[in-house]
Ligand binder design. Structure first.
Ligand SMILES: [Zn+2]
Length: 451
């Protein structure tokens, strides 16, 4: 009842009062997602041309780097032509951020986002209001793919709830409109999880949303307490890769499929699984995705923001390796697909023989094939030295140690040394995220490959 009231009345009234366009944008996006792929690509080309013209006319960074590279926006006649334009590395946002601001927005009110950045060094991003509204609509569209409906309550498993930054107004908005239930993930305790479970039972949220690993830890705690009656319409897992060993537990406890989402603070939503839970559909009306100039294939992801005019990010190298595909999804949407997010480039390890292995598949393989290993974190110190950190359960034994030794030998060959450390929990990164594979040598190795 409240959900319907919220969807039909409260949200439209508030949007009208504030001049927000996201609800209208959402209607448009609900339609465009089913357009044929060629039509979606044609729209991207139109948006891309306009974004390049705008960037060259008003953004000092692109004026300088494109002139130096001998390219001009008028050179872009197809999506493939974008490959001639220089890549925007993350380091340039950090060191030359203000040069990326459009002079057209100097006296216009824009939103500012400060992100922790995956390396812990903050990045400052400007976002214009029109782009912000459009991106909100893209996110809401993807939220609804999970089974949640606009207006329903959301439960967030997340550190540092955002409404707290807006004082009394934020608290009132959250209480009456957003009605989100939070579990702050910085310092999870069993009491707080118990309290959250009570809130979930009382408020029956339509969506459970959070970091993949935080959702997993919550599911483990509920399972341990034999709480199995919490049934949201959808679960959205974001901010880090969702591993199959986490997905299994989350789905068992909550009884619905987990929807995997991929994005970053700099451009917001990039892609999300639909109700088929296969690949992740790209929010193609908001971002253009490519690997090395190609719209399909495996490699380092480059993202071009098609909507943010205040700080246009063009060919931005996020630092993740992905597989892009044009293969149709059974849902009928024409949006292109990220088949797989392989992980951050630093999440790869290198074998002594010089082979790259995705950290996700590696930790997945180890967790599945070592009896009693509840969680695995692998840290590659050098090309011939690994630290394997394990959270074990009661079934871990000497046989498990032999399984581990054999896995290291089979995967890396006889020259790889390894130490084993047992932990109670895998430690969080300062950002609140978790990393299961950290290599101190993979990035340099990959740079060597592309040099
Ligand atoms: Zn689909």
């Amino acid at each position: 009842m409240l959900d319907t009231l919220n969807r039909r009345l409260v949200l439209p009234l508030l949007a009208a009062k504030r001049g927000s366009t996201y609800l209208r944008d959402l209607v448009e996006l609900e339609r465009t997602q089913f357009e044929p792929p060629e039509q979606i690509r044609a729209r991207q080309l139109t948006l891309l041309k306009a974004q390049l013209q705008h960037a060259f006319a008003t953004v000092p960074y692109y004026q300088r780097t494109w002139t130096a590279a001998g390219v001009h926006p008028s050179d872009l006649n197809s999506l493939a032509d974008l490959a001639h334009f220089p890549i925007l590395p993350k380091a340039d946002i950090r060191t030359r951020g203000t040069e990326l601001y459009s002079t057209a927005y100097r006296n216009v009110k824009v939103r500012t986002k400060t992100t922790s950045g995956s390396t812990g060094v903050p990045l400052k991003i400007l976002l214009d209001e029109r782009g912000a509204q459009w991106k909100t609509a893209c996110t809401l569209r993807a939220d609804q793919w999970s089974g949640w409906r606009l207006g329903q309550r959301v439960a967030k498993v997340w550190g540092n709830p955002e409404y707290r930054h807006f004082g009394l107004r934020g608290r009132l908005m959250n209480h009456f409109v957003d009605r989100a239930v939070y579990l702050d993930t910085i310092g999870l305790t069993s009491e707080r999880i118990g309290e959250f479970a009570t809130n979930l039972r009382r408020h029956k949220p339509g969506m459970l949303f959070g970091h993949a690993h935080s959702l997993y830890l919550l599911a483990c705690a509920l399972r341990k307490s034999k709480i199995t009656d919490i049934r949201p319409n959808g679960i959205v897992s974001t901010a880090m890769p969702l591993h199959d060993w986490q997905r299994v537990v989350i789905e068992e406890v909550f009884g619905v499929p987990a929807t995997n989402r991929y994005g970053c603070e700099e451009v917001s939503l990039i892609a999300c699984q639909c109700e088929r839970h296969a690949g992740l559909h790209v929010a193609a009306e908001s971002v253009y995705t490519e690997v090395g100039g190609r719209p399909t294939g495996t490699g380092k992801l480059l993202v071009t923001d098609l909507t943010n005019a205040a700080m246009p990010l063009i060919r931005y190298e996020i630092g993740d390796v992905v597989t892009l595909s044009d293969a149709p999804c059974a849902c009928g949407r024409g949006l292109p697909v990220i088949e797989k997010v392989e992980g951050r480039d630093a999440d790869f390890v290198v074998t002594p023989a010089g082979r790259l292995i995705s950290g996700i598949s590696l930790t997945e393989n180890f967790a599945m094939h070592i009896n009693g290993a509840a969680q695995v974190q692998i840290i590659q110190e050098t090309t011939t030295h690994l630290r394997v950190r394990l959270v074990k359960d009661d079934t871990f034994s000497d046989a498990s140690r032999r399984q581990l030794a054999k896995l290291v030998l089979d995967t890396f060959g006889p020259t790889m040394r390894f130490d084993v450390e047992f932990l109670d929990v895998i430690p969080q990164e300062p950002s609140g995220k978790y990393r299961f594979c950290i290599s101190k040598v993979a990035n340099d190795f990959m740079k060597g490959l592309s040099a």
